[in-house]
Design a protein around this ligand. Structure first.
Ligand code: NAP
Length: 291
């Protein structure tokens, strides 16, 4: 029988811990942590994510600011806005919600954020520091997954791990973190992507599979071995006539087939998603304290 990894409950617990830490920090004369988010345009999913981040800030006692900009904004204007926030001493963390409109170079914007305020952990300085094991802001989704491993006492040392997806924000940092010489590292990692020819065989040998490719229900029951730990990062919105909203979320894992073979598995929704947000909160608290 598999155990469900409950990201919703775990994140609620961590939020309580953060709220308590904030209280103590402020009591001792510290400043209330402040997270700013830049939202360009009106993409539905981005609106939802930013609103959820704002709600989470309120829950833990942070200040938060959403800077809404029209998608007609030029790259230069956006970079100027980032610069303004970099200089604002009251703001500890800045996130720029991705994706950005096509006429804006995302990498340029990521690199414009001060590394000390880059609580998303996307800036090359933070990525580089993470790679060589120095203290850094770690990309929120992989950090959230490691936190789930800790909270559920899932050992990675000596295990064979497969990460499907090599994006800069999820797959690549996840692979690096799992192979680091540290307690929740020390795994032997295989990083798969769209050019990997034999994903099924690779996954069948894995103790831990992390699916982060964004293809709904890609990982099927015949692709995992008995007793595997499966972490589902994917979020795909599909139309549904069974929900009030008219759509539902699917993960990258075909849950009903895969779960019976697993020792541990995350659901979608309620698995990795809520943990991503608490990692962001943790990074913001750290940014605030380090100042
Ligand atoms: P991304 O930038 O689109 O990257 C997808 C990766 O998957 C790429 O490396 C791609 O390979 C690989 N891929 C695509 N199709 C594949 C296939 N058929 N077989 C093997 N590999 C394949 O995606 P992302 O930003 O990492 O996000 C991945 C998913 O996670 C999305 O559904 C996203 O919504 C979700 N997500 C969830 C959270 C959360 O908090 N739960 C956070 C971030 C992202 P190539 O490099 O060869 O193109």
């Amino acid at each position: 029988m598999y155990q469900l990894i409950d990201g919703k409950a775990t994140s609620a617990q961590i939020k309580e811990e953060i709220a308590e830490e904030v209280k103590q920090f402020v009591k001792q004369g510290g400043k209330i942590p402040h997270l700013a988010a830049i939202l360009v345009g009106h993409d539905g999913a981005s609106e939802t994510y930013v609103a959820s981040k704002e709600r989470s800030c309120q829950q833990v006692g942070f200040n938060s600011t959403i800077i809404r900009l029209e998608d007609s904004i030029t790259e230069a204007e956006l970079l100027k806005k980032v610069e303004e926030i970099n200089k604002n001493v009251d703001i500890d963390g800045l996130i720029v919600q991705l994706p950005l409109p096509d006429h804006i170079n995302e990498q340029k914007v990521i690199e414009a954020v001060l590394p000390e305020k880059d609580v998303d952990g996307f800036h090359p300085v933070n990525v580089g520091r993470m790679v060589i094991g120095l203290p850094a802001f770690i990309s929120a989704t992989p950090a959230g997954i490691l936190e789930l491993f800790k909270r559920y006492n899932i050992k990675t040392s000596g295990k064979s791990c497969v990460v499907i997806g090599r994006s800069n924000i999820v797959g690549k940092p996840m692979g690096i973190l799992l192979s680091r010489k540290s307690e929740y590292g020390n795994a032997t990692v295989t990083l798969c992507h769209s050019r990997t020819p034999n994903i099924k065989e690779v996954c069948l040998n894995a103790d831990i599979v992390i699916a982060a490719l964004g293809k709904a229900e890609f990982l099927t029951g015949d692709m995992v071995k008995e007793g595997a730990v499966v972490i589902d990062v994917g979020i795909t919105r599909v139309k549904s006539d069974k929900t009030k909203s008219g759509w539902k979320l699917l993960g990258d894992v075909k849950f009903d087939e895969v779960a019976p073979k697993c020792s541990y598995i995350t659901p979608v929704p309620g698995g990795v998603g809520p943990m991503t947000i608490v990692s962001l909160l943790k990074n913001t608290l750290l940014a605030s304290k380090e100042k």
